[in-house]
Design a protein around this ligand. Structure first.
Ligand code: DAH
Length: 341
């Protein structure tokens, strides 16, 4: 038995010495010291020894075991170190190599204009609202004094979701007027930018999806003078001090009186040119005093409160602002185009 123990020890130490990887060391541990290992197998035979031999062999076996354990600990530490050294070498990173240049995007000219407009209105105490693009016909039309049978409700102009024409893609941001009046405490000063949809073919001035900004003020004693004063201020901030505006009578179902606002042509200063098609003025937005019927429908007493509203097309405003001639460029998002602004 003594020879067997010494052989095991010699063999184990030799094998551990040669073990390269942590896995090798582990399998040697199992081989020699494991439950079914070689040393254990010998210890099981202790019973066969005489009473005198047993303690001597027991002592020797314990020595062999602790020698092998020490050798395993050493071999395992060495193997771990080798593995780490190898990893460090393999994963070495040359931080001096120049990086790949990263192409970053560019702010869209339309959002540049939108941010400017938002800033102007926030500076005047307005809040900014966001609302649903999938809208009820009630909000897009009926509550805006646009009854059944009104040409604006035609299937040929509007994307409807349901046969009964009750759910649609909003055709204007004006339903946000109703949503604001129904849910917010008075007085109200809000703008609501967002996407709107109409069944238009794509060309240089049309797109089935475009953006509008709705504006709404409701308070006691609000007049058309407030509307003109506010919009003039906005236009001067956007296009420069002294920019002239013109208000023309118009019709919208949800305002009375209604108007359209033109801005004097930036290109010719009002004389008439190609940009303004000889008019000297460029149409900018629709506006008016909120119709009493709309106020009452939202539970607001029209004998106490009055208000004004406007709706402006965002793409057109950006086109004019940056002198872009084709609406499609706004939607194509070609980085070579966008980086010009
Ligand atoms: N919603 C109108 C449109 O899409 C624009 C508009 C006109 C909005 C007058 C208004 C308004 O708030 O008072 O043509």
């Amino acid at each position: 038995m003594k020879t067997m123990l010494e052989n095991i020890k010699r063999e184990a130490l030799e094998a551990l010495n040669a073990a390269e990887l942590p896995e090798h060391v582990e399998s040697l541990r199992v081989k020699y010291l494991g439950k079914k290992g070689e040393l254990t197998a010998i210890l099981k035979q202790m019973g066969k020894l005489s009473a005198e031999e047993r303690p001597i062999m027991g002592q020797l076996a314990n020595l062999v075991r602790s020698d092998i354990e020490n050798a395993i600990a050493q071999a395992s530490a060495a193997a771990d170190q080798r593995r780490m050294a190898k990893r460090l070498e393999e994963e070495a990173l040359d931080v001096t190599i120049p990086g790949e240049p990263l192409e970053i995007g560019h702010k869209h000219p339309m959002y540049t204009v939108l941010d400017e407009i938002k800033d102007i209105f926030v500076g005047m105490g307005f809040q900014i609202l966001d609302g649903p693009e999938i809208e009820q016909a009630d909000y897009n039309f009926t509550k805006l004094n646009t009854d059944e049978g009104h040409p604006a409700r035609e299937w040929s102009d509007t994307f409807y979701f349901t046969e009964d024409s009750s759910i649609l893609l909003r055709t204007q941001t004006s339903p946000m007027q109703v949503r604001a009046m129904e849910t917010r405490p008075l007085p109200i000063r809000v703008i609501a930018p967002g996407r709107v949809y109409r069944k238009d073919e794509v060309d240089a001035t049309h797109s089935p999806m475009f953006h509008q900004i709705e504006g709404l003020v409701i308070d006691k004693g609000i007049t058309m003078g407030d509307l003109k004063g506010t919009l003039n201020t906005v236009v001067e901030k956007l296009y420069g001090a002294g920019t002239k505006t013109r208000f023309r009578p118009h019709h919208f179902p949800f305002t009375e009186p209604s108007c359209e606002m033109d801005v004097q042509c930036h290109e010719c200063g009002g004389v008439g040119c190609r940009v303004c098609k000889g008019e000297g003025w460029i149409e900018m937005l629709g506006a008016g005093m909120v119709h009493p019927k709309v106020l009452e429908g939202c539970g607001i007493d029209s004998t106490v409160y009055s208000g004004w509203a406007f709706g402006i097309g965002l793409e057109r405003t950006a086109l004019r602002r940056f002198n872009i001639s084709d609406l499609r460029l706004i939607f194509e998002n070609d980085i070579r185009f966008l980086t010009q602004f």
